[in-house]
Design a protein around this ligand. Structure first.
Ligand SMILES: Nc1nc2c(ncn2[C@@H]2O[C@H](COP(=O)(O)OP(=O)(O)OP(=O)(O)O)[C@@H](O)[C@H]2O)c(=O)[nH]1
Ligand SMILES: [Mg+2]
Length: 291
């Protein structure tokens, strides 16, 4: 039996979370067109007769001096250390620039086997061949798979490659598990996904969701949760609440619908929006974001 811990690494928006969800067959990690959607390392699990692969979906690596980004970067590095195989995901819509090249240098310096997924082939990127060539030059030991996390092209072969590179071992999780996240974290993530995908540009990085209160109502077979969506500015609050509360209602209804699919019981949400200009720099909060 194989048992592999797979670190999913790549630049923001390369499609790491989409790919992990596709492989695990469930929505494990939230996705959005905006960069830096994933903030914590999220685990997704694939159990098969061949063995078990545990994926560590990491936040997109960003070469920046900002405090927030440093935290994210740190996770990418510590994840590399603890994994058996690196799954490097790359978006071939543009040729590797400075950040991509720097990232490849970090990967090349690691002793772990690397598998590269050149993603988004469904978009027929004209530079696909050139990108693959660059990867082959910079990561000479990596196997390269052109794939589409969106439509599943090439994903079976990629998974076979990951099993091959993984060591022998015992399963780390029971067969029926596909993630290790607790319900509280999943609820905050689904709310954040709705908030980020339903609003524009300015908002995605400014949103932080926290559960203020939660109660399992056994007799009604539902979980009730009050969640606070923190934003940095008053204007962002206005955007999230919407005209006469129309936006926050949309976010609530669609998050409840998503959560109904994820949990064996209904989830009823009470959403509040608060302004906290400092949430991003408060270390205590950041620590909680990471763990
Ligand atoms: N066309 C196409 N779009 C994709 C594919 N994979 C991912 N995307 C889109 O790319 C965007 C980013 O995807 P994510 O999975 O959130 O990317 P990520 O690498 O996890 O991003 P961060 O968490 O921010 O680092 C989303 O809009 C996805 O729908 C693909 O194979 N084809
Ligand atoms: Mg992600």
């Amino acid at each position: 039996m194989k048992a592999g811990l797979i670190a999913v690494i790549g630049r923001p928006s390369s499609g790491k979370s989409t790919l992990m969800n596709k492989i695990c067959g469930h929505k494990v990690s939230i996705t959005a067109p905006t960069p830096q959607t994933t903030r914590n390392t999220v685990r997704g699990i694939l159990s098969e007769e061949r063995g078990q692969l545990v994926f560590l979906d990491t936040p997109g690596y960003h070469n920046s001096d900002k405090k927030f980004n440093r935290y994210l970067k740190q996770i990418a590095h510590s994840t590399l250390e603890e994994s058996d195989v690196i799954l490097y995901v790359l978006d071939p819509q543009r040729l590797p620039g400075y950040e991509e090249t720097q990232l490849m240098k970090v990967l090349e310096s690691s002793t772990k086997p690397i598998i590269t997924a050149v993603n988004k082939t469904d978009l027929n990127p004209p530079q696909l061949g050139e990108v693959q060539q660059k990867v082959a030059e910079q990561l000479p030991h990596s196997l390269i798979y052109p794939i589409s996390a969106r439509n599943g092209f090439g994903v079976r072969d990629l998974v076979a490659g990951l099993f091959l590179q993984s060591p022998e071992g015992e399963a780390m999780y029971p067969q029926e598990y596909y993630t290790d996240q607790d319900p509280e974290f999943r609820i905050t993530e689904i709310i954040r996904e709705q908030a980020v995908n339903r609003t524009r540009e300015e908002l995605p990085h400014a949103v932080y969701v926290e559960i203020a209160d939660m109660e399992m109502q056994e007799e009604r077979h539902l979980l009730w949760a009050r969640a606070v969506i923190f934003v940095e500015k008053e204007s962002q609050k206005g955007m999230l609440v919407g005209k006469e509360g129309s936006m926050i209602k949309k976010i609530r209804v669609s998050a409840e619908k998503e959560l109904r699919e994820l949990f064996p019981y209904a989830v009823k949400l009470d959403l509040r929006v608060k302004v906290d200009p400092k949430w991003r720099t408060r270390d205590q909060l950041l620590q909680r974001l990471i763990h």
